[in-house]
Design a protein around this ligand. Structure first.
Ligand code: ZN
Length: 392
């Protein structure tokens, strides 16, 4: 039997003005449909304690379309999905009551409380930056990352969140089971400011330059926005460009982190990294005062601000988050080890070789020479292996 895993892929979409009004109309009709059917279920129960099923309600859809012809402008499967959501809400309510919980009863949806429609049998892939949405039209999509070839698209949900529109595909893809059986070597990684990380096997990953480039673009747009007059056409135009840019940076960064996490997990079953307190490293350093003169000294704030930017860019904590959940899915492990002289200790002989932050090469009297971060990564691997062995 083939194992399947469910994932979802979310993209920003840009419906035209008329598509927006079509979608909003559909939301409103779906909300009414939901409320009518909820009322029907409540009435039936109060009158003679009967339960109305999903099928019963679905069978009434054709009659509804005769009575209210404007409902023909919505795809029938979208309407069925509304009834299915209600059915699901009902079933989970009664299941939880049975379990002795006190869940809230399904509520009537107020105006503005319905913000999505789902096509439960959607299978098309976006083409030419467009998705074909039945009864709405071709909508512009920012297809920033491919849905893998082997994945089967199951559903499409269009949502409006905080004024922005999104398309969310849920897909099913086969689980790569052969990976688990391989005996892959453990690896230690040292997160860095110059390289994104250095691994104990000698490989390294740099922070992509395109992220920095985009940052500059963001700053430019920010400046232009601050000069534009609020409420004007120009202001709205810059604002939209800014939001678009923000979104792209986020996507590109996540894409980078996903890729690098996958690459690591493809070559190892156990990954060790140093426990990092990223929050502290991002904080701005306090100004230093000269004890004799009382003058403020350079505290390297600007240098550090530059470094901080790199940390923020690189998104270490997000990276670890991705690594963790991906590892869990693959039955692999990601272990954090306490930071302990990892950059100072010689990974070959164990002697402490003191070096400042600017010394990029580890040179030991024992003859071992390596990139500073590579040496640290080997130490992290060793500490990690020691901790694992001690705990078993
Ligand atoms: Zn040494």
């Amino acid at each position: 039997m083939e194992l399947l895993t469910k994932k979802s892929f979310k993209y920003r979409i840009y419906p035209t003005k008329s598509q927006v009004s079509t979608l909003e109309n559909q939301f409103s009709m779906c909300r009414h449909l939901y409320n009518w059917n909820l009322a029907e279920r409540i009435d039936a129960y109060e009158e003679d304690e009967t339960t109305i099923s999903y099928n019963q309600q679905q069978n009434k859809l054709p009659a509804l379309k005769e009575e209210r012809p404007w409902f023909k402008s919505i795809h029938s499967q979208v309407l069925q999905d509304v009834l299915r959501r209600l059915d699901k809400g009902y079933k989970s309510f009664f299941r939880r009551v049975k379990n002795g919980e006190t869940p809230g009863f399904p509520k009537f949806k107020k105006r503005g409380q319905w913000n999505s429609i789902t096509y439960p049998q959607y299978q098309k892939r976006p083409t030419n930056s467009c998705i074909a949405v039945s009864k709405v039209g071709n909508i512009e999509i920012v297809y920033h990352r491919d849905i893998p070839e082997e994945a089967n698209i199951k559903t499409l949900t269009i949502t409006k969140e905080a004024g922005k529109w999104f398309a969310c595909f849920s897909v099913e893809s086969p689980v790569a089971t052969e990976l688990k059986q391989d005996q892959l070597p453990p690896v230690g990684i040292d997160m860095g400011l110059i390289d994104f990380f250095y691994a104990s096997d000698g490989s390294q990953v740099s922070i992509p330059k395109y992220l920095r480039k985009k940052e500059k673009q963001l700053q430019r747009l920010q400046r232009r926005l601050s000069k534009a007059k609020k409420g004007t056409k120009r202001y709205r135009k810059i604002l939209r460009a800014l939001q678009k840019c923000h979104y792209r940076v986020k996507c590109q960064r996540n894409d980078f982190l996903h890729k690098k996490a996958n690459e690591l997990l493809n070559k190892s079953n156990t990954i060790f990294h140093e426990k990092l307190v990223v929050q502290n490293m991002i904080r701005r350093p306090k100004p230093k005062q000269d004890e004799e003169t009382g003058k403020y000294l350079s505290n390297g704030a600007s240098t550090k601000a530059g470094l901080n930017k790199s940390i923020a860019d690189a998104g270490w904590s997000r990276f670890f988050e991705f690594l963790r959940y991906k590892a869990e899915r693959l039955c692999k492990q990601v272990v954090s080890v306490p930071p302990h002289y990892t950059s100072q200790v010689c990974s070959s002989c164990g002697v402490i070789v003191k070096k400042s932050l600017s010394t990029r090469t580890h040179r030991c009297e024992c003859g071992f020479v390596a990139n500073r971060d590579h040496n640290a990564a080997i130490n992290i691997l060793r500490i990690g292996m020691d901790t694992l062995q001690a705990s078993t």
